[in-house]
Design a protein around this ligand. Structure first.
Ligand SMILES: Nc1nc2c(ncn2[C@@H]2O[C@H](COP(=O)(O)OP(=O)(O)O)[C@@H](O)[C@H]2O)c(=O)[nH]1
Ligand SMILES: Nc1ncnc2c1ncn2[C@@H]1O[C@H](COP(=O)(O)OP(=O)(O)O)[C@@H](O)[C@H]1O
Length: 412
């Protein structure tokens, strides 16, 4: 088996080395003691060596340690952000520009590609908040691109929920709702985990601190927030994610790495808005008044801040819904079967090399069956998008088998 790789070159950030992390399990590298994992790779980027270790026998998470060449023998304090992969039977590590690509052995097709970000914008921002430590961030790699999420904002009672429900009912395989967290009390018909994740303030504040939220805001004196996982789960299922969030939240998403389409829904008049809110009958008089007070400012910001790509007036519901469908490219639409994004199936034993933006994964298996199905895989990392917190998308691959001519799979 050839799993860990080549020589230990002194790589600097931004170079495109042939690479690679090194298999320390077999004692190829004596620069430092392998601390505890049964499998480790050591990847040098600039002055730092990133040691990624795992213990396959137990259900542990992969662990990152860093050595600074300027302080020989001393481990640097590391903060690891994001959801981490669970240990598997080893991995290869490949240096990209600002991150390390991890190819995991013996893991499921949808879980074999991960990225450890070491110098992305997200990591640099977090570094400023964690002075005195090294920050790295994990994100899972996903084949292909997800369709841009749709952010829908507008004052309370304008009809956002009604429009979104219609869309989800008419196109259930195309859209998925990002279920927000909130500290407000559930309404009579609302279900936990469906309409919102209803949560306690102290729990939500802790989760915000832990970086679980893409955005959050205090709205009508309650906390609301969109979790990174909530949005990613919808995209992973091959659906387009819909977010119903307020203007502050929309502004935060605009500033984040998440590319989205932003739509603001306006009422025909304040009188109509008040009537809808009162007729809905879900709020106390005090809450209705609070929502109406906030509505004016929300409409001003929504229509003038430049956050939103489109403004829709919800006067006649059916007309507004048709206009929403037009924006989403759904007018006169016959819903096609939606195929889930493809996943890469790595050969169990393989070698890895890198040429420009292509990672070449070559089966070294002696099993005829495996050779037939996946002899050579070319992974294209030229169009990566997103990253921590969340997923790294835009990976494409071609699987080439030696027994038939041409390609037998594509990530596109
Ligand atoms: N920033 C942010 N706002 C949210 C989120 N979820 C809901 N909201 C907004 O919070 C406001 C109040 O929502 P809700 O209590 O359900 O009342 P409703 O708008 O009257 O139905 C609305 O403007 C929602 O768009 C979220 O995750 N983040
Ligand atoms: N175009 C419309 N004309 C009249 N009533 C509407 C219209 N759109 C929505 N409504 C009603 O207004 C109320 C508030 O709508 P809802 O979808 O709950 O608003 P939001 O989610 O923006 O707070 C609901 O009772 C809904 O049935």
């Amino acid at each position: 088996m050839m799993w860990g790789l080549d020589s230990d070159k002194d790589l600097t950030m931004g170079e495109a080395p042939i690479i690679i992390g090194q298999d320390l399990q077999h004692g190829n590298d004596n620069d430092f003691e392998s601390k505890s994992g049964t499998f480790e790779t050591g990847t040098i980027i600039g002055d730092k060596k990133y040691v990624i270790g795992e213990t396959a026998a137990e259900f542990f998470y992969v662990k990152v340690q860093i050595l600074d060449n300027n302080c020989p023998g001393e481990w640097v304090n590391v903060v690891e952000l994001g959801t981490k992969p669970i240990s598997c039977n080893g991995h290869s590590a490949v240096v990209l520009k600002d991150r390390i690509l991890i190819l995991r052995k013996d893991s499921n097709p949808d879980d074999c590609i991960w990225f450890l970000e070491v110098d992305t914008m997200f990591v640099r921002e977090q570094q400023e908040k964690n002075l005195g430590t090294e920050v790295v961030a994990w994100s899972k790699g996903v084949i292909g691109n997800a369709e841009k999420p749709v952010v829908i904002s507008g004052p309370s009672g304008v009809g956002k929920g009604t429009l979104i429900s219609k869309l989800m009912k008419d196109f259930p395989s195309m859209f998925g709702f990002s279920v927000s967290h909130t500290t407000r009390a559930p309404r009579a018909m609302e279900k936990d985990g469906v309409h919102y994740h209803f949560t306690e303030k102290n729990v939500m504040e802790k989760e915000i601190k832990d970086g679980k939220f893409l955005e959050f805001a205090s709205v009508h004196e309650n906390l609301y927030g969109t979790s990174v996982e909530g949005v990613e789960l919808v995209s992973d299922a091959g659906k387009r994610c819909i977010l119903d969030i307020d203007v502050q939240g929309a502004r935060s998403v605009r500033a984040s790495t998440l590319e989205a389409m932003f739509i603001f829904i306006c009422p025909p008049s304040m009188d109509d808005l008040e009537k809808r809110l009162r007729d809905r009958g879900t709020e106390t008089e005090e809450q209705v008044l609070k929502r109406l007070r906030n509505a004016q400012a929300e409409i001003e910001q929504g229509t003038s801040s430049g956050i939103f790509d489109h403004i829709l007036y919800n006067d006649n519901l059916e007309e507004c819904y048709e206009n929403l469908k037009k924006l989403l490219g759904l007018d006169g639409y016959d819903v096609p079967p939606k195929s889930a994004p493809k996943a890469i199936d790595l050969p169990r034993d393989h070698s890895v090399s890198k040429i420009d933006d292509k990672i070449i994964i070559n089966s070294t298996s002696s099993s005829i069956l495996e050779k037939e199905s996946k002899n050579l895989i070319m992974l294209d990392v030229s169009s990566l998008k997103g990253g921590a917190p969340g997923r790294t998308r835009g990976l494409n691959f071609e699987a080439i088998d030696s027994f038939s001519e041409g390609f037998n799979g594509s990530g596109n």
